[in-house]
Design a protein around this ligand. Sequence first.
Ligand SMILES: C[S@@+](CC[C@H](N)C(=O)[O-])C[C@H]1O[C@@H](n2cnc3c(N)ncnc32)[C@H](O)[C@@H]1O
Length: 282
Amino acid sequence: MTLPTIDAALHWANGQLTASDSPRLDGQVLLCHQLQRPRSYLFAYGDRLLSASDWQGFQQLVAARADGQPVAYLVGEREFWSLPLKVSDATLIPRPDTEVLVAHALSLSLAAQSRVADLGTGSGAIALALASERPLWQLWASDRSPEALAVAEANAVRLALTNVQFCCGDWYQPLPAAALPLQLIISNPPYLAAVDPHLGEGDLRFEPATALVAGDDGLADLRLLIEQAYRYLEPAGYLLLEHGATQGPAVAALMAMAGFSAEPVLDLAGHWRASCGRLTLR
Ligand SMILES: C[S@@+](CC[C@H](N)C(=O)[O-])C[C@H]1O[C@@H](n2cnc3c(N)ncnc32)[C@H](O)[C@@H]1O
């Protein structure tokens, strides 16, 4: 068997991954994973020959990626808020858009020792990002999926973040009495309609439908979270929710009906992709 150099293997992968938006980067990330080396190694040692097992392993990873499988699932990791998070096919792959939620939460005037819940935590992305920034906050992170929650707990251990407690169950149901009343509830819930055509595209094809789909109009979980929030929040507590780019007006109306004063939270491209409500009625 003729074995390629690192440069030649990356060149080959680039030609295989034409369906990807980022073929060059995908190839580099997959080769780093195969070699268990940082990206700088690829640039420093481009003329090194791959071993037979690394070449075979890399070819398999590239074939899986060419088949559409997400890079994050193939390497088992995705960075969020500069934290390396383990992911699995039981968790959503954390998105940069969701970092806007974290940034907004950190901008709220909350006490140093606030109680905060991240509902539908998946890999733990939001809760762990907040825990890393606010070591004195007490956080509760819940999910209905025990498999996702196991990934989130493993991420907390790996990152040595001890101020998050994990609880399994349906939205608010698993929160213990010690968590209440909360100063902030934050969530990136499922918000796609069951018939949304995006479900057949890109990474979404491989992610758990239970993390993505919320009833016929995509609002089922957002509605429930908004309508029940007042029971768990302190007076003037905050409810911060991610939603789809066209759902802002509906979410604002639901928040107003539930006694919140709501403001839009824009993503980096200026799209209304989240809303923050402050409880005004009790
Ligand atoms: C869009 S994903 C968000 C995951 C993570 N917070 C993130 O931003 O990467 C939604 C999460 O909600 C969880 N979920 C869906 N329905 C739920 C329910 N009824 N109760 C609790 N969690 C639920 C899913 O398992 C999934 O982990």
